[in-house]
Unconditional design. Structure first.
Length: 204
């Protein structure tokens, strides 16, 4: 009966037992295993709430169908199982339910469950690799305006082109200056006097 009730608990995530309470299946989130570059599968554990101990009709119907017994026999089987658990608790102070955990009473007489983490076989670790997408578009804030990364690439490309034109203009002006200087010296000659002031000052 213990294995059958455990199966029902996994399928329905809740199991209420008379005089014991409701055992619930809870889930821990997946964890990042940075060393092995993977996400571990979610783990599961059980909790107990002693205030609600009324079994559902769904439990009796499921037992009746799974075991091929009458509903009355299903009710009796659940009550007998709960009675056996309570008896062990009274005699030993705790009872271990395989794959579920250890049930014991605290100082106030309330039932507590020390759960066992379980990993369902269908859950496998997932590889965690950093994905780098080349040319991936995204939005950036420029001043008070939003621009796409593609627009910013175009802007910087245009700036680079304009900078090249500036160098071209500087080269042309330098060439013109050299041509002018060459023409000047060809007209005036290459003597030192050609570079001086040729105006004659007369004194009275």
């Amino acid at each position: 009966m213990q294995d059958t009730l455990y199966e029902f608990l996994l399928l329905n995530k809740k199991l209420s037992l008379p005089g014991i309470g409701t055992i619930s299946l809870c889930q821990n989130s997946a964890q990042l295993d940075f060393t092995n570059k993977q996400f571990t599968a979610p783990s599961f554990y059980f909790t107990i709430e002693s205030r609600n101990d009324k079994p559902s009709k769904k439990l009796f119907d499921w037992l009746s169908s799974s075991l091929g017994i009458t509903e009355w026999d299903a009710i009796k089987s659940v009550n007998d199982f709960s009675f056996a658990l309570k008896k062990k608790l009274s005699e030993f102070g705790e009872v271990n339910w395989e794959n579920v955990g250890t049930i014991r009473r605290d100082n106030n007489g309330d039932l507590k469950l020390s759960p066992q983490n379980i990993l369902l076989q269908s859950e496998q670790p997932v590889t965690a690799q950093k994905v780098i997408r080349a040319k991936a578009g995204h939005t950036v804030l420029v001043g008070e305006r939003e621009k796409t990364s593609a627009e910013m690439e175009e802007y910087f490309a245009e700036s680079a082109v304009k900078k090249n034109y500036t160098w071209l203009i500087a080269v042309i002006l330098t060439a013109l200056a050299i041509i002018f200087i060459g023409w000047y010296f060809s007209e005036k000659g290459f003597s030192t006097s050609a570079t001086g002031n040729q105006t004659v000052i007369k004194s009275n």
